[in-house]
Ligand binder design. Structure first.
Ligand code: ATP
Length: 228
């Protein structure tokens, strides 16, 4: 039996803005096996990024529990788990504009490892994502698809077990989308990563093992084929 990599129980997230309270996630439960690739769908504003932030330990839930790789977050250091277990690909790449692709990939681990140790791993990762001849380019000298590849390499610098991708193909043309999707599928098949992808794209969802949708704060299963 496969082990569970992500377990979420009765998760609730409420934002307070001035006098207003916005209930975004309402009692969500979800279990994702190790090595599974899950599409997270839902209309704009439904809470996909919010849920990814909670799974990535970037934000804390209002109530409910999250277990990653069988670690109960209440008893383990969140920072430690985030640093070791989770890689995050942000919606708008968030590369540092003044630094090369190579340095951008190293950045998250600079406080932890020496530059020479990181450079070797970062070069291997840039090679892995097909950018071996772009390592000294600045983000402004890269195409959108290449910037996304750098962002994926950066998310892998600490060899995470879980990869969370927020709209990884949202700003890309169809061909570039397909190549990024192929890369993400390779990471699942060859490295055994557990992957959650927030997406609006039924084609991306169709490549995933499981599809779930957030609607009105609740999670339900979803069939991408019925939407085409
Ligand atoms: N820090 C915050 N404070 C108050 N409200 C917030 C905050 N962050 C998100 N929200 C609200 O929570 C809801 C869910 O936002 P979220 O970004 O998770 O949606 P999403 O499904 O990822 O949207 P999109 O597909 O457009 O990226 C939105 O109504 C948003 O306005």
């Amino acid at each position: 039996m496969k082990r569970m990599m992500i377990e979420v129980e009765n998760l609730t997230k409420t934002y307070t803005s001035g006098q207003r309270t916005i209930s975004v996630l309402n009692n969500i439960s979800l279990a994702i096996e190790e090595g599974q690739m899950v599409a997270l769908l839902g209309p704009s504003g439904s809470g996909k990024t919010t849920l990814l932030h909670l799974l990535g330990l970037v934000d804390v839930p209002t109530s409910g529990t999250i277990r990653l790789n069988s670690h109960d977050l209440s008893s383990t250091s969140r920072d430690n788990l985030r640093r070791n277990l989770v890689g995050y690909v942000f919606q708008h790449f968030y590369l540092l504009p003044q630094f090369s692709a190579l340095y951008n990939v190293c950045v998250p681990q600079i406080p932890v490892k020496s530059a020479s140790q990181l450079e070797t791993t970062a070069k291997e990762l840039l090679d892995r994502v097909g950018l071996e001849d772009r390592i000294h380019h600045l983000p402004s000298e890269l195409s959108g698809g290449e910037q996304q590849r750098v962002a994926i390499a950066r998310a892998l610098i600490h060899a995470p077990k879980i990869l969370l991708c927020d709209e990884p193909t949202g700003n890309l043309d169809i061909q570039t989308r397909d190549s990024i999707l192929e890369l993400i599928c390779e990471l699942k098949n060859e490295e055994g990563l557990t992957i959650v992808i927030a997406t609006h794209d039924p084609e991306v969802a169709a490549q995933c093992d499981v599809q779930v949708e957030i609607r009105n704060g609740k999670l339900s299963s979803y069939s991408p084929l019925s939407q085409q």
